[in-house]
Every structure is written in C-alpha cells, then in structure tokens.
Design a protein around this ligand. Sequence first.
Ligand code: HPA
Ligand code: ZN
Length: 339
Amino acid sequence: MQLLDLVNLPKAELHLHIEGTLEPEMMFALAARHGIQLPWNCVVEAREAFRFGTLQSFLDLYYAGMAVLRTAEDFRDLALAYLRRANAEGVVHAELFFNPQAHRAKGISFLTIARALKEAADVIEAETGMTSLLIPCVLRHLDEADGMRMLDEVLEHPELVVGVGLDSSEVGHPPSKFTRLFRRVRDAGLNVVAHAGEEGPPDYIRQAIDELGATRIDHGVRILEDAELTQKVARAGIPLTVCPVSNWRLGGCATLADHPLPRMLDAGLNVTINSDDPSYLQAYILGNYEAVRNSMGVADAQLATLAKASIDASFACGKDILKHENAWMRFMDKGKSRP
Ligand code: HPA
Ligand code: ZN
C-alpha cells in the first residue's frame, strides 16, 4: 500500500506564532537592516543556541529574537516567508498568533503589525488560494491591565482579527487572571482561544473553557491527568491544537514516542497537529505530521482524518471551509484511484 503523501495533504495550521517563524538567516538580515547587535556571531551559532529544556528557556530566546522586528516591512517579510513555506507543506489555511505587547516598547502598534500581516496574507491568497486569519495573543506574565491596553487597540479594528488568544509563561498565570479581559473579547463577537495545559495543570484547561469562554485550547496535552475533564472536552468536541515537536523540545515528554497524542486520540479528543514556533523548535507542520507518523505509530488513515479535523476546527468562514474541505476530498479521491 502506498504511503499517504503528507506534503500535499490539505491541512490547516491553527497554532503558529509568527514571531516563532523567525529563521536565524532572516534574524541576521533584519539585524543588519536596523543596525542591531545580536547575542550570536553567526547563523550557525544562533541555531546552536536553539536548545531548550523548558517553556521559559525558549521564551527568553523568543523575546530576544523578536527585537529585530522593527517595521511593517519586517512583519510582512516574515509572514510572506512563513506562508510560502507552509503552503509548500500543504497548508491551505493558517491562523497566525502574534504578541502586540512584546513590540509596544519598540514603538510598533497593533495596527501596524496587523495590517502588515494581512497584506502578506492577501498576497499569498491571491497567489495560491491559501487563506489566513490573525489572532493577537495576550501575554499572561503581564497584568490584566496591560492586556486591556492591547485589547483597546484591537477593538478599534476588530475586522482585522478573528479572535484573541492567551500565551507566554503558563505556570503561576492561570486563565482566571484574565476573566474580565476575555469577557470584553466575547462581547465584541470575537473568538477566544488560550494556551492551557502545556506546562500548567488540567484545571487551567477547565478555567480557559469555563471562565474565559475558549472554544479551542492550545496544547492541552496535560488534559489526560483529569479523566472527567477529558470526557467533557471529548464530548463537547472542543479542538486541541497540539504541537508534538514543541512539547518534546520543551521537555513536556522525554521522547517523541512518549508524547500523549495517541492516548488523546484513544480518549476521543478532537486533536489537530501544528508547529507552534517552527524556527526555534526546528520543525514546520510537515515535521510534526512526520513525527506523529514515525515516532507515535499513528496510521495514515488517521493522519488524513486529523488534517480534515484541522480544517473543520478553523475559524475560516463557511465558504473557505467548504473550499478547503473540497480540496481535502479531491486529494483523498486521487489517492484511492492510484494503483
Ligand atoms: N507557549 C506559550 N507561549 C508561547 C508559546 C508556547 O508554546 N510560543 C510562543 N509563545
Ligand atoms: Zn504556542
């Protein structure tokens, strides 16, 4: 039997931090563009520094790297590079996270970044038919008032985004810290997503759903520690945007073979496969699908189902979901007709 062609399998990427796609080559090019000194002498040295034991050790580097992102042009170039690469790996729809609060001190507004990312998304949609949406994320290590200032900017241009997320250092910063902020997000008619259960306990997943109104959970890999919550989330079909290579590289599991994804599937959870911060974690979406196939023994038929689930779990409009589902069905039909 022929292997499923994972490259061309139509899929959606729903957990992707655009600042986490900054490859060392572009980091050095932007540093030169703006006369910024990086803590490494060359691309090889930078890449060697991309070894992490925990979420925090990664985040320290992630925030240091984004210092080179200074202008609308930088964000547009970054997004164009990611979207082209993702599309070449079969991504038909992407939802891009970004952290406006992390750029404010450099004098770049939410509006500048969102418009630059949207410009890149429009270029790629015109070229390939791939669609993209934007989700600014609140930095949970800062206080709610800081996040509210970001939300004020977002709500002046809600048409630029499809929702608001919650990310950064998880432990000690529970979702409940942001109840008021996400009530405003929901009142504005925007979707809520939240990182929860990456390093934090299952109760953070519960809080994200019950107290913030999250309709999709980012990571959520610790959910199996709570059987009742697992059953509730599985029954409700709430999608979990899992990033297997990220979890492994940030110490969530000792080896890829130990990753809970197969057990999450057995529990009936609505899992999707994503890349998180592909430059720093050294795997784009294809690398993540390959890890699930090669290290976790998930069968090709199931991988195809997960790709379809990712399209259905997206916030794309009905017309775009239908378009991408049709691409998935045509791809699957072609596979059946091969000898
Ligand atoms: N978790 C939390 N915050 C993040 C991540 C992540 O995986 N990536 C970028 N910011
Ligand atoms: Zn993430």
